[in-house]
Design a binder for this molecule. Structure first.
Ligand SMILES: [Zn+2]
Length: 347
């Protein structure tokens, strides 16, 4: 009993200063209500909220579909290269405060193209902020282009080729409304990405069934599964994920906000770990789901009676699963080892 009390008391401090890696983060999902209103005003975009409180009240959801409606409305205020720079810079400033040492960002170019924004402005703005954070704060990063699975897959290859000509993309992903949109529809663009040497990931098994995870692995050839929490419904799939060491980028606050689980205390993250799966914790769309990486980790670990030792395991998993150079991985693993070995951290 005494040791449990000690663990609970030290866990928030331990997690806050722990060097961390974020692998599942949609940059559009970091748009806080304050910036939403500022950009709407600056760009003359009409949105149905007049105050920060009204915008915050709208950030409440019943499921993925109702979330996406608010999310894409938010994305519509991003119009200029400067907007993408400021959005990304604000997230990276939080990374600095939260001691996130490496961040992999998703972005949804199809949303912005549909709003009449040039691809150059989107990628240029995000990339400039990533470069500045690496130079000023030693935060390394990677940019992953996501295709929206509820759109037509046909123009995806041409978009990928345009993005590659601009440079700066390390991989592709698949996001947006999962149910009714199996990953296999995007086989062609994932094959092209593979032939170009790009990394491949996909959202699967969040609201969708284990069959979508199988498709992401076998049809799209992904290296990581984003979410993947429903894999436990299929023991054969769990074996496959364990044997092939496929990382899962789990996002607990997102899962609760979108009602995949009723509450954090019923989340299956501890069972995923116990099954030997390669689990990481991430924040997904933190402005919409009530917290960034530290809040996700602290609250989830506390609710599931997990410890500082588990936090260290989760971050070792995340470093190893990252799309950065071996040299950077070794340096981050060393930071983690030194942090874990430090007597004042109470492990
Ligand atoms: Zn996501």
């Amino acid at each position: 009993m005494e040791s449990m009390t000690n663990t609970a008391a030290t866990l928030p401090d331990f997690v806050q200063s722990l060097p961390k890696v974020e692998l599942h983060l949609h940059i559009e999902g970091t748009l806080e209500p304050e910036m939403l209103l500022t950009l709407a005003r600056r760009n003359g975009v009409h949105i149905p909220y007049r105050t920060i409180d009204a915008a915050r009240a709208a950030y409440q959801f019943a499921d993925l579909q109702s979330f996406l409606q608010v999310y894409y409305l938010g994305g519509s205020v991003l119009r200029k290269e400067r907007d993408f720079y400021e959005l990304t810079q604000a997230y990276l400033a939080r990374c600095k405060v939260q001691r996130i040492r490496h961040a992999e960002l998703f972005f949804d170019p199809q949303t912005h193209l549909a709003n009449g924004v040039a691809l150059e402005a989107v990628i240029g703005g995000i990339h400039a902020a990533l470069r500045d954070a690496e130079r000023d704060w030693d935060i390394s990063s990677a940019l992953i282009l996501c295709f929206e699975r509820d759109r037509d897959p046909e123009p995806a290859v041409a978009l990928l080729e345009r993005a590659c000509r601009l440079g700066g993309i390390v991989g592709i992903g698949l996001d947006s409304a999962e149910l009714g949109h199996p990953p296999g529809r995007f086989q062609e663009v994932f094959a092209v990405a593979g032939s170009l040497g790009l990394h491949r990931v996909a959202h699967a098994g969040e609201e969708g069934p284990p069959a979508y995870i199988w498709q992401a692995l076998d049809v799209l050839g992904v290296e990581r599964i984003d979410h993947g929490v429903r894999c436990l419904e299929d023991p054969v799939l769990v074996h496959r994920l364990v044997d092939d060491r496929v990382p899962l980028t789990v996002c607990p606050f997102s899962n609760v906000a979108l009602k995949v689980f009723d509450q954090l205390s019923t989340h299956n993250l501890a069972r995923l770990l116990k099954a030997g799966l390669w689990v990481t914790i991430n924040s997904d769309d933190p402005a919409y789901f009530g917290g960034y990486l530290n809040e996700n980790m602290i609250d989830t670990l506390s609710c599931l009676n997990l410890t500082a030792r588990d936090a260290l395991i989760l971050e070792r998993n995340a470093v190893t699963a990252a799309f950065c150079s071996d040299q950077r991985k070794q340096s981050l693993l060393k930071e983690l080892d030194e942090y874990g070995a430090s007597p004042q951290n109470g492990l």
